[in-house]
Design a protein around this ligand. Sequence first.
Ligand code: CTP
Length: 418
Amino acid sequence: MKVVLGVAGGIAAYKACTLLRLLTEAGHDVTVVPTASALRFVGEATWAALSGRPVHTDVWSDITEVPHVRIGQEADLVVVAPATADLLARAATGQADDLLTTVLLTARCPVVMAPAMHTEMYEHPATQANISTLTERGVHVVPPASGRLTGKDSGPGRLPEPQELFEVCRRELERGAAPAHTDRPAAARPLAGRRVVVTAGGTREPLDPVRYLGNRSSGKQGHALAAVAAARGAQVVLVTTVELAASAGVEVVSVETALEMEHAVLQAAQDADVVVMAAAVADFRPAEVAAHKIKKTHGSGTDGAPDTSAPDVSLVRNPDILAGLVAARGEDSAPVVVGFAAETGDDSGTVLDHGRAKLARKGCDVLVVNEVGSGRAFGTDDNTVHVLRQGSEDTLEVGPATKTEVSEAVWDVVADLL
Ligand code: CTP
C-alpha cells in the first residue's frame, strides 16, 4: 500500500523513524513528507535512507511530477506523526503553504493524525477546536498519551508509542476505502452530544491513616476509555483513583474508596447516557478504620505484657456500584451500563464461562472480560479482551491490542447500542 508519513516539527519526530521502519517492514511503500521545521529535529538524509525514497518539504522540487497533487491522490493512507499545534491549525484551516498541507488537501484516503505538544498547547481551546474540526471531517485523531514531556513537566501531549500508531495505521488500511472528509464525518464523532461516565483505577480501603487494602489496577484502561470517548465527541466525567493525567475536555473527579466512588458515580450518572465501570472496586472494606497507626505491639495482654499477636481485621461488604446502577434504571433502560471483569480460568470454568455468568448476574448491557494473571492486563499497555453483550451469544475478541484500541472497540459496541 502507498502510505504518506507526514512529520511536523516536534521533538517526537524521532519516534516517527520507528513508525517509518514498522510501515516499510510491513511491506508498505512509504513517502515521507516532513515540514521544514521537522528537518531541524531529524534530517532529510535519515528519512530518505529509511524510506528509500526522495524527501521534499516544498512544492517546488520535482515540479514536472506535480508532487503536491500526485502524492496525496495516490496515497492509501496519510499519517501525520507528530502533528504539532501549528500543523493542526494549518490543516484545519485548509492552508496549502508547504508540501504536507497540500498533500492533506489532495488526499482522498483515510487520514490519521497524532497530536504531540506541550499540555498547555494541547489543551488550548484553539488546538481543541482545530482537532474537533479535523475529527468532524473524518480525520482519525489519535489521543496523545500522558507522561513525561520534553522538560521536567508531564501531562497529556506525548506522542503514543510507534507500535501503537502502527496498529492504528494497519486498522485504517484494513478498513480501506472510507475516505476522510467525504463519507466519514458522522462516523467520526459518534458520541457527539452524549454524556458518559467512566470509572478508573482500584479503590483504596483504609485500615488506618497510613495503610489501605488495594488492588493492582493501574487505571490505564479507564483513562484510555475516557480519552477515546472525548475524542469521539462525548462529554466525559472520569471518576478515578489514580493520578494519571486525563485528556483535555475530560472532567476528572478524584476518589479513593468504593463509597466515595459510588457517591460520585451516582451523582454523575443522573443525566448520563453511558456509564462504564472500568474501575476495580473493592468488594470489602475494613469494618473499622483506626484513628491512629496500628502498632506492631498493640495494647497489652491480660498479664500486662505487650500484645505481639497479629490484629484481626474484620471486613464488611462494599456496595456493588454497577449492580446498583442497573437496578435503578427505569423503563427506558438508560443509561447503558458497561462492566469490566478481570477473570482467571479455574476448575469450575474458563475465563469466558465466568464472564458469561457474571454478565447474567450483573445484568449490565456489555461486559468486557479480560484474562488476568501471569503478568497479563494489570499495569501493562497491551490487553486481550472478550466483549460480551446482553442477549447475544456472540463474543467480540479484541487484541492483543493497546488499551486505546480496546477502548475504541468498546465505544464502537456502545455506539451501536445508543
Ligand atoms: N463493581 C462494582 N462494585 C463493586 C464491585 C465491582 O461496581 N463493589 C463493578 C466493577 O467496576 C466491574 C464489574 O463490577 O465493572 C465486575 O467487577 P468484578 O470485581 O469482576 O465483579 P464481582 O461482582 O466483584 O465478582 P467477583 O466475585 O468475581 O469479584
